[in-house]
Design a protein around this ligand. Sequence first.
Ligand code: ADP
Length: 162
Amino acid sequence: MSERIAIYPGSFDPVTLGHINIVERTSKIFDHIHVVVMHNPSKKYLFSVEERVKLTGLSLEHLSNVSVDYHCGLMVDYARKKGVKCVIRGLRAVTDFEFELQMANANRSMCPGLEIFFLMSDVTYSFISSSMVKEVAKFGGDVSTWVSPLIERELKLKFVQT
Ligand code: ADP
């Protein structure tokens, strides 16, 4: 039987416990997961693409069947390049649904045969987003239950520098 391989694309700016939970759960279902740090040069990020790849990789190093890569461009081009037909996305609340539905249909129209697998966020992490983490950390708020200690430290360093 061929290997079940999936990609999990996102900005991961920065990776949160919500993202990690999705990868931990799906890594038990798929043989291998490529977590893909997406980079759009016209978007503003707090962490550079190199930093996002490094921090996401360190946060997932306990999972032996997960690798972290980056891609600048369309997710479907990355999937084609890797010959991967499965994409994982996390769903937190109904507010994610409309955007994810539109993206899933657009991606499937560009790349027929692609399947998008949605996993409901664990209730503990369902309100966590990278943008909220950044906003709270910027003002010195406690994000220790939303991100790993590594990311918490990196956020503090970023906001001391800026
Ligand atoms: P994007 O820039 O595509 O929104 P993100 O890095 O924010 O990328 O998210 C990548 C994927 O992880 C998306 O499918 C998003 O819905 C999901 N995700 C983000 N935060 C959480 C969370 N707290 N719980 C579950 N899934 C999440």
